[in-house]
Design a protein around this ligand. Structure first.
Ligand code: MEV
Length: 312
């Protein structure tokens, strides 16, 4: 049995625009999902995912892995286990897909680069969802904080240490597909306006990337605030998210915005250094009805947890 784990993710800036070719910034979070794989030799594939009814991503990962590597599937037992609720929007689908591909490469003794793992996992996710930039798959494979362009056209790890990140869950599970389709409809109706928004978001992302590597979190926060205005213009924010974001800002956050597709899931904020700032902002988010989730940014990408296979 080989067990591999991959981190969840949070979008920092650039959601939606990234689907249309603009860059985004994403960070891997220290909540992980693990996948154990062993060869059964009976040609069948058995998937055991306690607490997760959707096994389509694991199935797609298996099928894309064997298709790409042209190896014969000997039969597999696969078990998945998550440290986080799928409802948070931390990217459990991408994490389980990335971890499955890595575990398969180990158990089948097929050496793959991170880029190859990403390509297989992204194809698998796309096969199931039919949309998506792959930023979540990249975070699960490389980890850290990444500057990312759709489909992995650019994947640039950033030295963005000690990110003063605070996360609030809105209590509402977002449906990414619905939100992405809604934005596509809006783009069809108002192509010039929406294109202008996407370009403006792309510029904010590039500026935030520079500010992030110099540790200028005050500036990153301001840029997050601007990003949030554009997301509101796109119609993907909700009253609950707005309340939590306003509360965080009023309590002294450097900046705050929704994270991900919108319509629910999480908001993020950056707090001024000092534990005082963090707890004041956390309290304000809770008072606005949010649930503060304690996560660290820049977590390690896909990695081996346990390998009982002598060949690894
Ligand atoms: C969803 O978390 C982020 C989107 O940009 C979709 C994607 O990039 O795949 C809305």
């Amino acid at each position: 049995m080989i067990t591999v784990s991959a981190p969840g993710k949070l979008m920092l800036l650039g959601e939606h625009a990234v689907v249309y070719g603009q860059p985004c910034l994403v960070t891997a979070v220290d909540r992980r999902l693990s996948v154990g794989v062993e060869i059964s030799g009976d040609k069948s594939i058995q998937i055991n995912s306690p607490g997760a009814s959707d096994t389509r991503f694991v199935e797609a990962a298996v099928s894309e892995f064997f298709k790409t590597t042209k190896l014969d599937n000997p039969g597999l037992h696969i078990t998945t286990k998550s440290e986080f609720e799928t409802s948070l929007g931390f990217g459990s689908s991408a994490a389980v897909t990335g971890a499955t591909v890595k575990a398969l490469s180990l158990v089948m003794q097929k050496s793959l680069t991170d880029g190859e793992i990403f390509d297989i996992a992204y194809k698998a996710v796309y096969l199931v969802q039919g949309l998506g930039s792959g930023f979540d798959v990249a975070a699960s494979v490389w980890g850290g904080t990444l500057y990312f362009v759709t489909g992995g056209k650019a994947v640039e790890p950033l030295a963005a240490d000690n990110m003063p990140l605070i996360v609030g869950y809105s209590g509402v599970k977002a449906d990414t597909t619905t939100m992405v389709k809604m934005v596509a409809e809006k783009k069809k109706k108002f192509p010039e306006k929406v294109d202008r928004i996407f370009q403006a978001i792309g510029k904010l992302v590039n500026q935030a990337k520079e500010a992030m590597v110099t540790g200028d979190w005050g500036r990153v926060g301001k840029l997050m605030d601007f990003n949030q205005e554009y997301l509101r213009d796109l119609g993907v924010s909700t009253q609950k998210l707005e309340d939590m974001i306003s509360a965080a800002r009023a309590a002294g956050a450097w900046g705050a915005k929704l994270s991900g597709a919108g319509g629910g899931d999480c908001m993020i904020a950056l707090y001024p250094q000092g534990i005082q700032g963090k707890s004041t902002i956390a309290g304000a988010i809770q008072e606005a009805g949010g649930q503060v989730i304690d996560v660290g940014a820049g977590a390690e990408g896909v990695k081996i947890e346990q390998a009982d296979n002598k060949s690894v």
